[in-house]
Ligand binder design. Structure first.
Ligand SMILES: [Fe+2]
Ligand SMILES: [Fe+2]
Length: 390
């Protein structure tokens, strides 16, 4: 791990004056060489249009910049500085970054754009980028991202007011979503869900998972809490699996709508402060097919959203409900939601029961031998770990 990541007291400087201060924090020797143009700054950009402003900025600062795409240019990699500028670090770009010759021993800077996820950031951090700076950050987002890769920055820069606001927005959004579903206005519900995706992105980028999970766990409405947890955990999982932004949206949408059939379940059962009796359980289980009916008949939403609403309680060994289908008929996207759904249900905060910790919940998932997708479940261990508050 490279040392000298931005510390908490450097944070404000990074926000206000980056990237000049970042360059100032290079070793004196490298800085001298860069300033004398003995070695160039090598720029690797996810999109060509990101490279030009950086090159202009560097030459204004007196440095020589070389774009990675320039033919015939072979900067002295063992001594040069590499400036990596991404938008959202697509899997292809991340692969270029992680397999490039600069991954030997170098001081490096990664400047990154709006859509980079915390997992990607963690991957960049893991291979030892000395400085990771967001190109167009809000202070809260940069602080939280730095917090995600360097826990020493967490305490000083938690943005509690903004996080609470985002969470309230999400909870209110669920209220409206279910209102639209009850009113039979699926079009409005779909629009609501698309807005919600942006709020969840902001939430995930706002702090470490354990922090925002604890806020969602304080929601008063149990169904909103559950659906928010499933959606947020699913997004986290999608990011860690390296999903494209489009696939992240797909997974978010199916997770967001997975329990809409609960609008037909009486509140007395939904909010019952204790275990359900067999009759109540049967009524509760109707939500899967009810959700499918609501979503499939509309024609306003992808068919997989309805399929996941119907199938998310099915198990690979055929012991689930409502149809008891087996592995051959359960889509991958459903398998992902099922894992997130059970995990969320276990860590939910309800007045009548102590929530499981993330680690306890993951241990329970591991005991569901043959019911859940083993490969996905293994991959999910990193999510359970990042949701853990200890
Ligand atoms: Fe469900
Ligand atoms: Fe659920």
């Amino acid at each position: 791990m490279a040392n000298a990541k931005p510390s908490s007291d450097q944070y404000n400087n990074v926000v206000n004056q980056q990237p000049v201060l970042v360059l100032e924090r290079l070793s004196d020797e490298l800085r001298r060489k860069l300033a004398s143009q003995a070695v160039p700054v090598r720029i690797l950009a996810e999109h060509p249009e990101l490279a030009a402003p950086a090159a202009a900025m560097l030459s204004e600062l007196g440095f020589r910049a070389v774009c990675d795409s320039e033919p015939g240019v072979e900067p002295e990699l063992d001594r040069s500085l590499v400036l990596i500028i991404g938008d959202r670090f697509s899997p292809e770009f991340l692969n270029r970054v992680l397999t490039g010759p600069w991954t030997a021993r170098l001081e490096r800077i990664a400047l990154f754009g709006r859509r980079i996820g915390i997992r990607t950031l963690a991957a960049l951090d893991e291979i030892g980028f000395a400085y990771i700076v967001k190109s167009l950050p809000t202070p809260e987002r940069l602080a939280s991202i730095l917090a995600a890769v360097d826990s020493s920055t967490t305490a000083a820069h938690q943005p509690p007011i903004r996080r609470q606001a985002t969470c309230s927005t999400i909870e209110a959004g669920y209220d409206r979503l279910f209102g639209h579903i009850r009113a039979g206005d699926l079009g409005a519900a779909v629009t609501e869900a698309r807005h919600a995706f942006n709020h969840f992105e902001a939430l995930l980028d706002s702090a470490a998972a354990a922090h925002w999970l604890s806020i969602i766990q304080d929601y008063h409405d149990g169904t909103a809490q559950h659906c928010s947890l499933v959606s947020a955990v699913a997004m986290l999982f999608a990011r860690s699996l390296g999903f494209s932004i489009d696939d992240q949206r797909r997974l978010f949408e199916v997770a967001h709508f997975h329990d809409v059939g609960k609008v037909h379940v009486p509140l007395a059962i939904l909010d019952k402060p204790g275990p359900l009796d067999p009759t109540e359980r049967t009524i509760m289980e109707t939500h899967a097919l009810a959700g499918y009916d609501i979503l499939a008949r509309s024609g306003l939403i992808a068919s997989e959203v309805a399929d996941v609403a119907r199938d998310h309680h099915e198990y690979l060994d055929g012991t689930g409900y409502p149809l008891g289908i087996g592995a051959g008929q359960i889509a991958d996207i459903t398998r992902i939601v099922t894992i997130c759904d059970i995990f969320a249900a276990l860590i939910e905060q309800r007045p009548y029961k102590r929530p499981k910790t993330a680690r306890e919940a993951y241990a329970i998932l591991q005991l569901m031998d043959g019911k859940l997708d083993a490969t996905l479940l293994r991959a999910f261990s990193t999510i359970a770990e990042s949701c853990s508050s200890d």
